[in-house]
Design a protein around this ligand. Structure first.
Ligand code: AMP
Ligand code: MG
Length: 420
């Protein structure tokens, strides 16, 4: 219950960090992960760490857009239905190959869609517009230079910026890099994050709890949130409220971790194992944030790897992840847009919170003819995870406001688009 404080000075927010201060404290210490050259499939969704410049024209060669005949436009300029021009077929141009011959005056080369345009020719006459007569073709109309030719460099010129540093590699960027022959772009990798749950009372979801035990749910909330933001989570399991076991588990995962997230054990109780394990070594700092839910937080570095110590209550875990860890992971991934979108919505019911703290109320936001309406999804207890499951946003009731009233506008941070 430590993150639902009853002491009055906490409710007033006195001596606590604001959400913005806490977020700044964390983010100012987080750096993007060192870039790596990753194969395209692994680089998908990652941020490019350097400009990629085209080393050749795209496409690299002029090709035909039609099945037909490659001609010199000047040869057929005078062609008409009553006075066709006859050209000698001197070879073929097939896809994936150098054309068999060039096109001289009075000559033509039979060409397939996508095949390189033979030297000497500058236009394509589609097969359906010609008449084949033995080794020659008859052409009944003039064609402008370039007709049905896809020129080299039409898409990108050699030396032109292909994809800029800082761009997130989505489907078209992946295709463009493949097209231009960059199979291992330099990107900020996805952080590998080790997830720990602390608590003597915890059992895995696969086990039936004895009276008083609870299923470890936080690990799964955190796992999903990490996956969603693009990190690579590893579940390190349940750690007892035992300092040595926690240290051992953390140290044994160091080699494969870019960051750690633990839940539980960061408040003031005597069994608060995260605090006991790291506090004295000065590696983690513990602070209280003027927010509800989610007040106590631990943050620091173990052997240079960020360690996020979240409170134990499931809603606090969700909200703390959204406020602090999600933007930090995005920053590690080299992203510049770190925060969720916020909209302004009208409250469908009163929302109360401690006056000195920012209250994050779980709401379901729907769009109506009158604008966005935010419907609270349940009580404010930080153990009520189903209230998050029914929600798509967190309504922000700022410090200084005890009750936001039905009909009033509030800011809502959307954490998913809809209820699907
Ligand atoms: P703590 O911060 O360790 O005192 O935990 C606060 C509350 O959160 C207690 O009721 C715990 O049982 C609960 N809790 C802690 N860790 C978990 C977890 N991994 N899954 C579900 N509930 C948890
Ligand atoms: Mg605990």
């Amino acid at each position: 219950m430590a993150d639902q404080p009853h002491r009055h000075d906490h409710d007033s927010g006195e001596g606590l960090l604001s959400v913005e201060e806490a977020r700044e404290k964390v983010l100012s210490q987080i750096q993007p992960l060192a870039p790596l050259e990753l194969p395209l499939p692994e680089a998908f969704g990652c941020v490019l760490a350097q400009d990629v410049v085209a080393t050749a024209d795209l496409p690299e060669f002029a090709s035909s857009a039609m099945d037909g005949f490659a001609v010199r436009a000047s040869d057929v300029a005078g062609a008409s239905p009553s006075g066709p021009v006859e050209l000698k077929i001197v070879g073929r141009a097939m896809i994936g190959r150098r054309p068999e011959s060039t096109v001289g005056g009075g000559e033509t080369v039979r060409i397939a869609t996508g095949a390189p345009v033979p030297g000497g020719s500058d236009a394509i006459v589609p097969i359906e517009d010609v008449e084949l007569v033995g080794e020659t073709v008859r052409i009944f109309d003039g064609v402008p230079v370039g007709k049905h030719v896809r020129p080299a460099g039409e898409d990108v010129r050699e030396g032109q910026l292909l994809v800029g540093k800082g761009k997130r590699l989505g489907p078209p960027e992946l295709g463009l890099l493949a097209n231009a022959g960059f199979p291992h772009p330099l990107v900020h990798p996805r952080p590998r994050v080790v997830v720990l749950s602390t608590g003597d009372e915890l059992v895995p979801p696969s086990e039936a709890p004895e009276f008083g035990q609870v299923h470890d749910s936080n690990a799964y909330t955190i796992f999903g949130a990490l996956r969603e933001v693009g990190a690579i989570p590893t579940l390190a399991g349940i750690v007892r409220d035992d300092v040595d076991q926690l240290k051992e588990t953390v140290l044994s995962h160091l080699i494969q971790a870019d960051a750690f997230v633990s839940s539980g054990g960061v408040s003031v109780g005597e069994r608060d194992v995260v605090k006991a394990a790291f506090f004295r070594r000065g590696e983690l700092e513990f602070f209280k944030v003027a927010m509800q839910p989610g007040m106590p937080q631990g943050f620091g570095f173990i052997e240079g790897k960020p360690f996020f110590g979240l409170p134990g209550n499931p809603v606090s875990v969700f909200v703390s992840f959204e406020m602090f860890i999600r933007p930090a992971i995005l920053k590690m991934m080299g992203r510049s847009q770190l925060f969720r979108p916020e909209i302004s919505a009208t409250l469908a019911a009163d929302v109360s919170g401690p006056v000195g703290k920012t209250q994050f109320a779980r709401v379901n936001v729907i769009r109506t003819a009158e604008g966005w309406i935010a419907e609270p999804t349940g009580g404010r207890g930080s153990n009520l995870i189903s209230t998050v499951s029914r929600a798509n946003g967190l309504a922000i009731v700022p410090a200084g406001v005890e009750t936001a009233r039905e009909g009033e506008k509030v800011k809502v941070m959307l954490f998913r688009a809809s209820e699907d």
